[in-house]
Design a protein around this ligand. Structure first.
Ligand code: ARG
Length: 461
């Protein structure tokens, strides 16, 4: 029953069919397969390779097939390996000889590339939209908590006070680059591969330009061997998705820490948490945890496609059929993260007093003291050493930095003055960081303005 009937005396064993099929997952490309076949048939007629009446009959029947698939009336079976063979054999069943003309000057090798490219260029725009919603949720939460101060961490140790808005908007920046990477990959994959045939093009006088225009591709592949052999565009998309997930996993880790009893900086809404089947008191940050976990699975898909392509001789090898499942899975995974995460961010509760208390540790203002000394002309390296000595002095005398008297400070460095005793408020520390890109109130206000405007603007695709 296979379409290549002529060469084979026997049908494949059913175990072989099961092993070699891709219909169980590539059926998701049906719309793109049909779209490509319609334009291909119209092109064949336009250059006189097939009669116009055949092309019209093919297009009408392809529409029927699309409807059948969408209404669930279409039968998928592993006797027919993939979506391309399903659609073609249905055409032949319905139209006979006319249907048998559709695969003229085309191979599944260029067809499958076309389908994936059509699929990805559409999917990427939706993913980018979803990531923008995520940025919107971060910006909203940042706006709502724009005066909230918490300790910023390096090495997971208190470093300097920062605005919560600044911390949240750091992720909006990362996501902006994720969108950039996806759209950049999209530009490179948005190229027509059809017309490459199995490997070397075709002897028939096809019009690739016609197909390019109708399918709205800005360009077409220049080399048929490259076109059927390459999946680096899939690698790029999976790399971009992996990096996005990496960023999400870091946000997850921050939020999970913040929700722990030790921090108690935030709480997620009950609607975004689950409990324990054993411990009645538990409320767990599962969405953040599962997202962090799903990152591993998306990395798996990236490593999988890189490994599939590694060392493959030109051109198409059946190994390449393994390109799709991981790609689809990664896209579904990212979509699922995007379906819950923004809502969780929007509805989380912030505990500003807890955050402020943690940020009031005067040690967090030690840098500010060193910078005061710099203002008095002390070279920074010396200032750093002097303040370090003061921190040691305080520890030895069982005091915090803000409990040190002016005399004590003078005993450590003579440049000390009364103003230096007032440096130890986190609000001051934030206020004074008034450099573009810094955490100062005015600067974070600028960031918020940027995001409010930027998220309204159309995306450049
Ligand atoms: N199902 C195949 C794939 O996904 C389509 C291309 C098959 N080409 C071939 N010569 N067997 O890669």
């Amino acid at each position: 029953m296979a379409l290549w009937g002529g060469r084979f005396a026997k049908d494949a064993e059913s175990s072989v069919r099961d092993f070699t099929e891709s219909i169980s997952y590539d059926r998701r490309l049906y719309k793109h397969d049909i779209e490509g076949s319609k334009v291909h048939a119209q092109m064949l007629a336009s250059v006189g390779i097939i009669p116009q009446t055949s092309a019209d009959a093919i297009c009408a029947e392809l529409e029927e097939i699309r409807k059948q698939i969408e209404s669930g009336d279409f039968t998928f079976q592993t006797e027919l390996e993939d979506i391309h063979m399903h659609v073609e054999s249905e055409l032949i069943k319905a139209l006979g000889d006319e249907g048998a003309r559709v695969h003229t000057a085309r191979s599944r090798n260029d067809q499958v590339c076309l389908d994936i490219r059509l699929y990805l260029r559409e999917e990427i725009l939706q993913l980018a939209d979803g990531i923008r919603m995520f940025q919107g949720a971060l910006a909203e939460q940042a706006e709502a908590s724009k005066r909230v101060i918490l300790p910023g961490f390096t090495h997971l140790q208190h470093a300097q006070p920062v605005l919560l808005a600044h911390h949240l908007l750091a992720y909006a920046e990362m996501f902006e680059r994720d969108i950039g990477r996806l759209l950049d990959a999209r530009r490179r994959l948005n190229v027509l591969p059809l017309g490459s045939g199995a490997i070397a093009g075709t002897t028939l006088p096809i019009d690739r330009e016609f197909v390019r225009r109708k399918l709205d591709f800005p360009a077409m592949t220049r080399n048929s061997m490259d076109a059927v052999a390459s999946r680096d565009f899939t690698c790029e998309v999976l790399a971009a998705l992996s990096i996005f997930c990496m960023n999400v996993s870091r946000l997850s880790e921050d939020l999970i820490l913040w929700m722990s009893q030790e921090f108690s900086f935030i709480a997620f809404s009950d609607a975004y948490c689950t409990g324990s089947s054993l411990m009645p008191q538990k409320k767990n940050p599962d969405i953040a945890e599962i997202s962090r976990g799903k990152t591993g699975r998306v990395y798996g898909s990236l490593i999988s496609i890189l490994t599939i392509c590694k060392g493959l001789p030109l051109t198409y090898n059946r190994d390449l059929q393994e390109d799709k499942e991981g790609l689809f899975d990664a896209i579904d995974t990212v979509r699922s993260i995007l379906s819950v995460y923004p809502g969780m961010i929007r509805t989380m509760t912030v505990f500003p007093e807890r955050m402020r208390r943690a940020a009031s540790d005067p040690g967090l203002m030690a840098t500010d003291l060193a910078e005061e000394l710099v203002r008095k002309g002390v070279p920074f390296r010396h200032a750093h050493r002097k303040v370090g000595a003061l921190v040691r002095f305080a520890a030895e005398h069982n005091k915090t930095l803000n409990e040190i008297t002016l005399e004590e400070m003078r005993s450590v460095f003579p440049e000390a003055d009364a103003d230096m005793l007032n440096l130890f408020s986190p609000e001051n520390a934030v206020e004074k960081r008034d450099i573009f890109g810094a955490t100062g109130y005015k600067q974070v206000e600028k960031q918020l303005d940027f995001w409010k405007k930027h998220l309204q603007e159309p995306m450049e695709s």
